[in-house]
Design a protein. Structure first.
Length: 391
């Protein structure tokens, strides 16, 4: 079995677990109220907190980040998905590095990066996706993890006055540009992995694009391809949100930049949804310094505000198609609200996200409760955090 086939099969299996929703719900403003990516982001559902659960303690963004590191990072620097079989994925290592640099924990940053270098870095410089029981079990890279890790390294180089880390981040970012991006008529786009390269149309995960990250890596490296990624990602995301109220977990991008929602990485199974992957898009765009990107995040606020108890799984018009409660759902809505200038609502949703991560802790939910608070409320990850700028 080829690496490409392995990655596609893995994505299809996980997508099949999602609650079904019809393609007919793709119209904007559906009556209401995907899938996981090959990096395992969507496999985690928080469930609903049980009755009688003590009210979680209110925490600052730094405290939320430190709690994630305490709960999910082993002493050797491995970020462990404790609720998913105790494996490790490159995405988790990148999340841990971002949280560690954001809270200023140089010791744990070094441990996480050292473990990643020792266990996940491939001969081509990219990161193998999954490690379990002492060895890599799937070496296909996932581009979101590699881009997040490159960003964390560049930020750490500046924050900790460590040029060696900046160099490592620039080098990893260059490998991503070389091996996991393509040019379309509307600009360069980030593909989910090397398996997706080739002639278009291309498999695309809208939540992998991170304009703030692209800008930071472009500034550190001087490589003009990062600016091309900013422009191409903005154009494709604009196309997506011009035809549906919410982005899908997966999509297909054609050479002319037009997009088609997909139920999975290869479009072969599952149902088209806004779920554990797509929820990250608002957070990625809210922290951009470009008003056009922030406006894309803000455009999602109204449809997400239909629910007091916001489900994690919606169709693209906003109709609930599942009952999962996840910190990511509220963190994503907070990002959209902060981008729309609704700062009190955003702060309340960040509190709800953290409450859920405390009452029903999971690796993925806790990671995004921490990252959301750090991205939206502080400036340790970037200069344009919407709630920090509003103060």
């Amino acid at each position: 079995m080829t690496k490409k086939t392995k990655a596609l099969l893995a994505a299809a299996v996980v997508v099949a677990l999602a609650v079904t929703a019809g393609i007919a719900s793709l119209v904007v403003g559906g009556s209401g109220g995907p899938s996981t990516d090959q990096a395992g982001a969507g496999a985690d559902a928080t469930g609903t907190p049980g009755t009688g659960t003590p009210t979680p303690q209110a925490r600052t963004a730094t405290e939320i980040g430190e709690a994630f590191l305490d709960d999910y990072v082993d002493d050797d620097g491995r970020v462990v998905r404790r609720d998913q079989g105790d494996d490790t994925v490159s995405e988790g290592q990148a999340y841990g590095m971002l949280v560690a640099v954001a809270v200023g924990d140089v010791k744990r940053f070094d441990a996480i990066w050292s473990w990643t270098e020792d266990e996940l870095v491939r001969p081509d410089g990219l990161l193998a996706w999954q490690w379990k029981d002492g060895a890599v079990v799937d070496d296909m890279p996932a581009s979101d993890a590699d881009v997040d890790a490159a960003r964390a390294l560049v930020l750490a180089g500046s924050t900790f006055d460590r040029p060696d880390l900046t160099t490592s981040g620039v080098d990893l970012g260059t490998d991503v540009l070389d091996e996991m991006t393509v040019s379309t008529d509307v600009g360069r786009i980030l593909l989910p992995g090397p398996w997706a390269m080739g002639a278009g149309p291309w498999s695309y995960n809208p939540s992998y694009a991170s304009p703030a990250t692209f800008a930071q890596l472009g500034e550190a490296s001087g490589d003009p391809r990062w600016a091309e990624l900013e422009a191409g990602s903005r154009a494709v995301t604009t196309n997506i949100l011009s035809s549906t109220a919410l982005p899908s977990d997966w999509a297909q991008v054609r050479q002319d930049g037009t997009t088609v929602p997909l139920p999975s990485a290869d479009g072969s199974s599952g149902s088209v949804q806004y779920s554990y992957d797509a929820g990250r898009l608002a957070l990625r765009y809210a922290e951009s310094c470009q008003p056009e990107d922030v406006a894309l995040a803000a455009s999602m606020a109204d449809v997400l505000q239909r629910y007091d108890e916001l489900p994690m799984q919606l169709d693209l018009g906003g109709q609930s198609v599942g009952s999962d409660q996840s910190p990511l759902a509220y963190a994503a809505r907070a990002a959209a609200e902060a981008s729309a200038g609704q700062h009190d609502r955003a702060a309340a949703d960040l509190r709800t996200a953290d409450d859920l991560s405390q009452s029903t802790p999971t690796y993925y939910g806790s990671a995004w409760a921490a990252l959301a608070a750090l991205q939206l409320e502080g400036t340790s990850l970037g200069a344009c955090s919407p709630l920090a700028v509003a103060r």
